[in-house]
Ligand binder design. Structure first.
Ligand code: NAD
Length: 488
């Protein structure tokens, strides 16, 4: 079915964009333009890669608190060079068309950098989810899904959404159920959306995947002796002082894995305040406090700072913005004191701020690589859905049997017996979560080294990891277009 493009400029981004900051799409296009100077791709192909292929803008009515409310929503498909398109759905009052287009472009570049064979997509529903009951949110989500079905903007081979800011596995389950209702004959229907609960066709490890991926990317960087020498930092995570902005899905999991990996979390920032403790904050205790009180503020293990975002400017080794875009902008960038900024959120640093940070010698690890763990594991979930089998189901016991035979042979030859615990550890076959985490780790490690090879292969890029990531990503997309040819 042909794509429908009902474009309309959305409302301004409202209070999500801090004073003096710039539209997210400007930043993404700026990075694109900067990278193409290093590439030898025909201009026509570059023009095609840069633009968003189709955008669907829709308004639909929903019954809310006895009244009818008109909801605005979007779905953008940035690139069809690989199908399906892939990208989250954002539930946020500040969502607008430019933002959704920018995020969908970023998804195209992100998929390419971590070698996931999808085009980029992104959706947005212009609501503040906190203002709706669960029942109302379900109605809005199901109606949005039906609108996407009507215009062929969803489906396992067409466009596959996932969670993003303001949405979670709950919404993904509603989307899957709605799509299945309308596609009874599609055996792959569950692959229409990822980030679902495991009981609804989700894959183990997806919820934590983005944060785990952030951890893997950071671990690779701090274990890179050349990079650490350049930043005058010791190798390894041990003792590094880290601040995380946002304690949602990505922020919480990032903080948790980074702490488990030896880093010291000295500050966590939320929209209603921050908590700081130079000696370190116990991430699990803070999460429990938030569950009990609804806020991270007032936590007994740290000092509460009312103006949360001022903590972005605290001295630390590593600053991890994991909340929203445009958090480090022209006005506050000169005050950032971290040695590294690791973009766990999408677009937290504007392109103007990026130049300021680069000039200050602050190393920026770009979002298109750092937070790609979510889409990597979404890819695994989609593979699981279309192959209709859980990872590890066929080979786990076989692997265990082989390992056990090996252990017994070694015991017989050496005359020494292993303890029960040692036997279990060595013989254990990989289950779904082990395989997902292993595939994620491999993808992030490979992507890091590919980007660094590009960076170190051209001295003009100096220490601009973002440009190197764009160059690496765009060269792959360009190759793909050249091989595909242009139809007709
Ligand atoms: P989320 O809704 O689970 O969490 C976001 C958190 O940020 C919330 O706790 C919110 O209260 C907090 N927040 C909002 N405004 C803030 C502010 N001004 N200062 C500090 N904290 C603030 O969302 P998420 O899924 O964790 O997504 C966070 C970011 O990561 C977004 O940019 C999203 O696009 C990106 N991302 C998410 C995924 C994923 O798998 N969820 C994957 C890739 C990228």
């Amino acid at each position: 079915m042909a794509k429908v493009s009902k474009s309309k400029k959305g409302a301004s981004a409202g209070n999500a964009i801090p004073l003096g900051s710039q539209p997210f799409l400007d930043s993404v296009n700026h990075y694109f333009d900067k990278a193409v100077r290093y590439l030898n791709i025909p201009q026509g192909i570059l023009n095609q890669i840069k633009v968003c292929n189709s955008v669907y803008y829709v308004r639909f009515p929903v019954r809310v608190k006895g009244d009818v409310q008109v909801i605005e929503a979007w779905r953008a498909e940035h690139s069809h060079h690989r199908m399906p398109c892939k990208g989250g759905i954002r539930y946020d009052q500040a969502v607008n068309q430019e933002e959704v287009e920018a995020l969908s472009a970023l998804m195209t570049y992100k998929c390419s950098v971590v070698d996931v064979p999808f085009g980029g997509g992104k959706g947005g529903i212009k609501i503040n989810p906190k203002n709706y009951t669960v029942e109302e949110l379900e109605r809005i989500t199901r109606r949005y899904t039906v609108e996407l079905i009507k215009k062929n903007f969803i489906g396992p081979s067409v466009d596959v959404p996932a969670p993003d800011y303001g949405s979670s596995q709950r919404e993904m389950a509603w989307i899957a159920d709605t799509y299945q209702t309308f596609s009874k004959d599609d055996i792959n229907a569950l692959g229409c959306v990822t980030g679902k609960p495991v009981g609804q066709g989700g894959v183990r490890g997806r919820t934590a995947a983005t944060g785990r991926g952030v951890f893997f990317s950071l671990r690779e960087a701090v274990n890179d002796p050349k990079l650490m020498k350049h930043l005058k930092m010791s190798v390894g995570l041990e003792g590094k002082r880290i601040i995380v902005q946002g304690f949602g899905n990505v922020g919480y999991h990032t903080a948790k894995f980074v702490q488990e990996g030896g880093g010291t979390i000295i500050g966590i920032i939320e929209y209603d305040g921050a908590v700081v403790n130079d000696k370190g904050i116990d991430v699990e205790e803070l999460a429990a406090h938030r569950r009990n009180t609804g806020s991270i503020t007032g936590f007994h293990g740290a000092k509460t700072i009312k103006n949360g975002n001022s903590v972005l400017e605290y001295p630390c080794d590593i600053l991890i913005p994991a909340a929203l875009e445009n958090q480090i902008y022209k006005e506050n960038a000169p005050n950032i004191k971290a040695k590294m900024v690791v973009e766990a959120a999408n677009g937290p640093v504007t392109s103007v701020a990026d130049e300021i940070l680069l000039k200050k010698g602050i190393y920026v690890m770009p979002d298109m690589f750092v937070n790609a763990g979510g889409v990597v594991v979404s890819y695994f979930e989609w593979l699981k859905n279309i192959s209709h089998v859980r990872f590890g189901r066929l080979d786990k016991r076989f692997e265990e049997g082989s390992n056990l035979r090996l252990v017994e042979t070694i015991e017989r030859l050496t005359g020494k017996d292993l303890t029960l615990a040692e036997r279990k550890l060595i013989a254990r076959g990989a289950d779904e979560e082990d395989l997902v985490n292993s595939g994620l780790e491999d993808s992030m490690i490979n992507a890091y080294h590919n980007i660094m090879e590009t960076l170190r292969g051209d001295k003009r890029m100096q220490h601009d990891m973002r440009t190197a990531a764009f160059v690496h990503s765009l060269s792959r997309i360009g190759q793909s277009y050249e091989l595909l040819g242009i139809f007709p």
